[in-house]
Design a protein around this ligand. Structure first.
Ligand SMILES: [Zn+2]
Length: 377
């Protein structure tokens, strides 16, 4: 006999002892067929059987634990993912099914271009019916090319771009070009004393920025003193920090997007994030509306039934609510500035006209309704 009860006992893992026991049992069974069991063997056998029974029982109860957890997963999914999400969206928002599909495809495409997933975007263009001209993708292609170079710590393309857009960048109060020159300078400094002359000569690029970035330029000039010693052992070691590269990518993306009229984050990801915040609120309000049988209040067109706070990050345009009608103004009912300076919505203005004249509801200045000017936020 070559089985060992000790060996089985010393095994703490769950699946192995039972398999081992089975193996032992089969071997024992075939070996003892037709032979009466000795007292020791009988004891070992009964121990074995008890062990098997315990293990099977333990397995069954373990499975019961797992089973209850697994069955709870289904309930958790049902609770957190509402299949009735379509209830808060109305097809009436779209002029047509084609328009809806086209808008969605364009949003996905823009997102892909923005994320630098150019080959995926090209594939989508081919597979969909979208007709995207070069003017649309050109800015994304250019940004991605420059960003890729920056990730490789190649400042050339970014510097070239910044210099060619210098005037417009200055109008945006951008310090991109200065930051690029600074990084190039730091790079030369990292080359040690033999790069000193080159660094000094490069410093002339800082001249146009002297009045705005005086402090930073002083720091860089100060660092030259420690070139012999090694910048990494000097008080200026922070200049060599790798975070400058991450920062320059961020600055470039932000400033280039703003210059090219693109959003830093793709409209699709902003919409998705906003939807995640807004959907639960909308689902709740819809349920309340249905309970009170006033679902007709929400037309689904250009408006939400309640205001949903999305946080400062999602503040893009100011909105104006008419102080007379207490409604948010829209393209069809825009805000109008009266000559006295007070602003009301056009619908309110039309309602207040009396005998071809308008009397401002705030300062009772009488005026010609045609003198009101539309305000665009
Ligand atoms: Zn007024």
């Amino acid at each position: 006999m070559c089985f060992s009860v000790h060996h089985i006992r010393s095994h703490p893992s769950r699946s192995r002892p039972s398999r081992h026991l089975l193996f032992v049992f089969v071997r024992t069974h075939s070996a003892v067929q037709g032979t009466p069991l000795s007292a020791t063997l009988s004891l070992v056998m009964s121990q074995c059987c008890r062990k098997i029974k315990d293990t099977v029982q333990k397995l069954a109860s373990d499975h019961k634990d797992i089973h209850s957890s697994v069955s709870r997963v289904g309930k958790a999914i049902d609770r957190n993912f509402d299949s009735e999400i379509c209830g808060v969206v109305s097809d009436a928002v779209w002029d047509s099914r084609e328009k809806q599909q086209q808008t969605l495809q364009m949003a996905i495409l823009e997102h892909l271009y923005q994320q630098g997933m150019l080959s995926v975007a090209e594939e989508l263009c081919q597979e969909s019916t979208l007709n995207v001209d070069l003017d649309f993708k050109q800015p994304f292609l250019e940004l991605n090319r420059i960003l890729e170079a920056l990730h490789e710590q190649d400042l050339g393309p970014a510097l070239e771009w910044a210099v060619s857009h210098r005037q417009r960048l200055l109008e945006l109060n951008s310090s991109l070009e200065f930051k690029l020159h600074r990084l190039q300078f730091i790079r030369l400094l990292a080359g040690g004393p033999e790069k000193q002359l080159e660094a000094l000569s490069y410093a002339r690029h800082f001249q146009p920025f002297a009045h705005v970035h005086q402090r930073e330029i002083q720091v860089m000039m100060g660092s030259l003193v420690y070139l012999q010693l090694g910048l990494e052992k000097s008080p200026y070691c922070h200049l060599l920090d790798n975070s400058h590269w991450a920062e320059i990518c961020e600055t470039f993306t932000r400033d280039a997007c703003s210059l090219l009229g693109l959003s830093v984050e793709s409209p699709l990801s902003v919409s998705f994030a906003s939807g995640c915040v807004a959907l639960p609120v909308l689902m709740n309000i819809k349920a309340v509306m249905e309970q009170r049988q006033c679902s007709g209040v929400w037309s689904h067109k250009d408006e939400l039934p309640i205001e949903i706070e999305l946080g400062m990050k999602c503040w893009y345009h100011s909105v104006f609510a008419c102080p007379i009608l207490r409604q948010q103004t829209s393209d069809s009912n825009p805000p109008i500035k009266l000559i006295c300076g007070h602003v009301i919505s056009r619908d309110a203005l039309n309602k207040l006209i009396n005998g071809g004249k308008l009397k401002c509801p705030y300062c009772p200045m009488e005026q010609n309704p045609a003198d009101g000017k539309r305000i665009i936020f």
